[in-house]
Ligand binder design. Structure first.
Ligand code: HEM
Length: 299
């Protein structure tokens, strides 16, 4: 059985991730199950499509917007792509909620134990302590906090999407079905919905392609890319380094072994990296376009 360990390698001592260097046949810790990996990939594809088509409308007065709209087959078909991607995004949102309800029925005696347990996505006192501890660590005034299953910034990223989905999704549906909504709400709601949808979309794009990208890929331990959300797997050494509380709990409860799986073959990893790099490049390009449009072409 594995035991909690001190840093064993030069990599670990220097805080460098081994995430990308899986040996063939190596057994790794399964952090994300298949459904969550699929949901995240569909989320990336739908979010990128929504961002590209949405920003094409928002900044329609810029040259790159007409270039992009031609790629989508014109502004009208960009609107269709936007609605199709929206259906995919609403679909994964519902699938996630259904999965949480089923997980509760299968693994937890009550909602309280799911929401307040150690694997919960909800913020708790320890997150505040970790946040303070992390700033002290940045300043060289203390050790790196011992994180559990979810760090405070991972929880923040999760709720940013959750909140964004509610706001962007509901206002988007108002824009899509105006006759239906104005049977209940006054017409000026649509004007407000357009502003909220448009500006919240800008915030979401700005957040995901800078803060979320930094948190997940650009931190020194993960640079240039962390593919755990695609493979679902991470080396056990990384788990010890990154999430020592979770590692120690799994070891104590004798559950580490049953969560170990074979690493993917190199060809699969290469395909995943290609997908990841494509998403990163599109995301960063959209940020550059937005900054350009806001600074030099805003109308
Ligand atoms: C998930 C549900 C969503 C639905 C149902 C939805 C629906 C819509 C609809 C119907 C429009 C008007 C399009 C047209 O006139 O052809 C629109 C515009 C827009 N959407 Fe979405 N959308 C969603 C998500 C998103 C997301 C995630 C983003 C960005 C990441 C986004 C960004 C935009 C932008 C920037 C506009 C243009 C607003 C403007 O004219 O200023 N949308 N959306």
């Amino acid at each position: 059985m594995e035991t909690a360990a001190k840093p064993e390698s030069a990599h670990e001592e220097h805080g460098i991730s081994l995430a990308s260097t899986a040996e063939v046949g190596e057994r790794q810790f399964l952090r994300f199950k298949r459904l969550n990996r699929i949901l995240h990939i569909v989320m990336i594809v739908s979010f990128m499509s929504l961002a590209l088509t949405g920003m094409t409308l928002k900044f329609a007065y810029t040259g790159w917007a007409s270039f992009l709209s031609r790629l989508f087959g014109g502004y009208e078909s960009a609107g269709y792509v936007h609605r199709l991607a929206a259906v995919a995004m609403i679909g994964i949102f519902i699938a996630h909620i259904v999965d949480v309800v089923r997980m509760k029925k299968r693994l937890y005696p009550s909602w309280r134990s799911l929401l307040l347990g150690p694997d919960s996505m909800l913020f708790n006192k320890k997150d505040l302590q970790d946040l303070i501890g992390n700033f002290k660590w940045f300043l060289g005034r203390g050790p790196r906090p011992e994180y559990g299953r979810w760090t405070y910034w991972e929880k923040f990223d999760y709720f940013a999407v959750f909140w964004g989905m509610a706001i962007i999704g509901s206002t988007g549906l108002m824009l899509w079905f105006p006759e239906l909504f104005t049977m209940v709400f006054p017409g000026w709601f649509l004007n407000v919905a357009t502003i909220i949808h448009s500006d919240e979309a800008l915030l979401a794009v700005g957040f995901i392609f800078t803060v979320h990208f930094f948190n997940t890929h650009l931190r020194p331990e993960k640079f240039p890319m962390d593919i755990v959300v695609f493979t679902g797997r991470m080396p056990v050494d990384d788990l010890k380094d990154d999430k020592p509380l979770e590692y120690n709990m799994l070891v104590k409860e004798g559950m580490l072994e049953e969560n170990l799986v074979e690493a993917y073959p190199p060809i699969v990893i290469r395909a995943i990296r290609l997908f990841g790099w494509t998403a990163l490049c599109i995301g960063f390009s959209i940020v550059v376009w937005i900054i350009y449009a806001m600074l030099f072409a805003y109308q």
